[in-house]
Write a new protein. Structure first.
Length: 478
């Protein structure tokens, strides 16, 4: 074979191929180091694909010298930007049409992006293509994916992916399982009705993610103490009084998400006073969960002198002995052992940016972003108690074991809605003895604090994936 034929043959190999079948030459190698970010792109940013059926599109990445489909999903929303949630007791496919609309969202993970290539390398069978550049604003690293459109569904390559997270809708409880965590909610019977709530009573990390696979929680304690008429009447509620359900949800290959509502039932009814009600959109990914939350306070305007205290957090169980507790304001670390150390007595109670429980059993990192109006009206403090001799009933195991929680006291909180964001991170293989790996905590925080820049067709915008849209009320919701 002469030199001219060899060159021609190589060029044909670079241009003609289907995804995953023939190697192509990268125009620029991936340099992006970020691995945990979920990427969200509104349909309005993908103009050439608007009106195209989902089954005629694939998300491709060039990795290891080959093009291949990577996990993605299209999340459909109504024109009012309310998610279409077809599963669950009140699930409904209303508003779904199977085509890309401006309000729909393309979702994938930054870790699945690859190298940059020329348009010709994608092949002639692709009708439309959008090159999506992901750029790190911190160090300038880049990576690319390609949204490809085909003339019909038969022309598109197979795209069967194992889900990165599983939401299990059992008759006895709701469970969610990612690659590095598993959680389960309380089941309560209130007023003769069974409620499968989103209040956690079980958390474990599998061996494959560096954990031991054992439940580490006694329970997620959720407590409210209210005073009416300037203290003349006292009302209390806890997680045993919680009612609520995952009414609607959807399970996809990249994330599962659902609408959850929770309400604390106040035992004594005073002038039709209702307990705080929370609406939560729970977005579950492979190693973390993001929860935009709306707290709705509905008081009878004739009730005066309302003030109270609300707390929620995690009380561990004896299987968590030996784990370490840290937060952004207390980085020396406290050993969880059911005994109060001198250092623990001097905990800095300032509102923290993050808190971490880690050990050979696994890791859980939590972070909260509070509604500014709520912060103005509430005195928020962080508390940590590790003492088996101090019970806080109701509880499954007497005493407090590494019990870390928020406590807020308010005398001026007004009726209305307050929006916040709850973040749970479960980095696999995080624990390394006494070494607190701040760079990993930083990586998860960067998802929302220093978001990836997305570039498409000359436009650029920050990735909204770390800040899920605020909850949009549905019919018959407050």
């Amino acid at each position: 074979m002469n030199t001219r034929r060899v060159v021609l043959f190589v060029l044909l190999l670079q241009v003609w191929h289907g995804p995953g079948s023939v190697r192509a030459v990268a125009g620029e190698n991936k340099t992006l180091q970020r691995t945990v970010d979920p990427i969200e792109i509104d349909g309005s940013q993908l103009e050439a694909f608007l009106g195209k059926p989902f089954d005629q599109m694939r998300l491709l990445a060039h990795r290891g010298g080959r093009f291949e489909p990577v996990p993605y999903q299209f999340d459909e929303r109504t024109p009012e930007r309310v998610y279409v949630l077809p599963e669950g007791p009140k699930g409904s496919g209303e508003g779904a049409n199977g085509i890309l609309d401006p309000q729909d969202i393309l979702v994938f993970m930054v870790s699945d992006a690859g190298d940059k290539v020329d348009r010709a390398a994608l092949g002639s069978e692709i009708a439309e293509v959008a090159e999506i550049t992901l750029a790190d604003p911190v160090d300038g690293g880049n990576a690319w994916v390609y949204l490809a459109g085909y003339e019909d569904a038969k022309s598109a390559p197979p795209a069967a992916f194992q889900p990165k997270v599983r939401m299990v809708d059992d008759a006895d409880a709701y469970r969610v399982r990612g690659t590095s965590y598993e959680m389960q909610g309380f089941v309560n019977e209130v007023g003769g009705r069974i409620y499968r709530t989103g209040i956690n009573n079980s958390f474990s990390v599998p061996l494959s993610a560096g954990g031991m696979g054992t439940n580490l929680l006694d329970r997620m304690k959720t407590r409210v103490v209210g005073h009416l008429f300037f203290g003349a009447v006292k009302l209390t509620a806890d997680e045993n009084n919680v009612i609520g359900e995952f009414d609607q949800f959807r399970r996809g290959p990249v994330r599962g998400y659902g609408r959850n509502w929770i309400q604390l039932q106040i035992p004594v009814v005073v002038a039709h006073l209702k307990g705080p009600k929370m609406y939560l959109d729970v977005f579950c990914y492979d190693t973390f969960i993001l929860i935009p939350m709306r707290i709705h306070l509905s008081f009878n305007p004739k009730v005066v002198g309302i003030f109270g205290r609300m707390s929620y957090g995690y009380d561990m169980n004896p299987d968590a002995y030996g784990m370490l507790f840290y937060n952004s304001e207390n980085r020396e670390g406290f050993v969880i052992d059911g005994r109060t150390s001198p250092q623990e007595k001097h905990l800095n109670p300032a509102v923290d940016q993050w808190r971490c429980v880690t050990g050979p059993q696994g890791t859980m990192i939590t972070s909260s972003v509070w509604d500014p109006q709520y912060v103005k009206s509430a005195n928020i403090a962080i508390q940590y108690v590790d003492d088996l001799n101090v019970p806080v009933e109701p509880e499954g195991i007497p005493g407090q074991i590494g019990y870390h929680h928020n406590q807020s006291e308010s005398k001026g909180l007004k009726p209305g809605s307050y929006d916040s964001l709850l973040c749970w991170y479960f980095p696999p293989h995080f624990y390394q003895g006494d070494l607190l790996r701040l760079e990993v905590i930083r990586a998860y925080a960067d998802v929302r604090e220093r978001p990836v820049e997305i570039r498409i067709g000359g436009r650029s915008f920050p990735n909204p994936g770390g800040w899920p849209d605020p909850i949009v009320p549905r019919d018959k919701e407050d």
